[in-house]
Ligand binder design. Sequence first.
Ligand code: AR6
Length: 174
Amino acid sequence: MRKSIHLVKGDITKQNADAIVNAANSSLLGGGGVDGAIHRAGGPQILAECVEIRNRQGGCKTGEAVITGGGNLKAKYVIHTVGPVWNGGDKGEPQLLGNAYRNSLKLAVENDIHTIAFPNISTGIYHFPKDLAARIAVDTVKAFLNGHEGPLSVTFVCFDDENYALYESLLKDK
Ligand code: AR6
């Protein structure tokens, strides 16, 4: 395996990875979209751990990441990161989205995670343009893997056709 990037279409809650990433919000208290799906599928243990983290450090800032167990999911861990809300693009959104991917990967490595699955962070309720978000996601993951020594397999899990097509074309000349 060593280092690799994969693309699948589907539901991230079904992924068989050491960790799946959640596109959360700063409260860490759940929400709609992929966040709602992960908490529904994973059960109440994940929210209980999020509440503990929130009590300890006051939630999670945009671009940062925290880790909980995977509850009832196949994944052992959930890494909760907060992508930026798209606000025109000149409020640091691209950098913040890159930070969300990078900090999730750092946390994965710190926890000895070797397989990790990402959803298309910020491209739903937060309205980040999908094409730019896909480029940032792929570039950030490639750069991280290039600078990383150990085994790490990264899967992009696209829920919608538009994102899947964008990632397919970005990754085909990998
Ligand atoms: N598996 C994989 N991807 C999914 C799934 C799923 N089960 N469900 C949706 N997506 P969003 P955001 C895709 O809105 O834009 C929440 O309320 C979806 O098609 O989930 O980062 C949080 O609490 C889209 O491409 O996250 C925050 O308040 C991508 O996941 C806010 O939404 C991200 O869409 C975060 O907004």
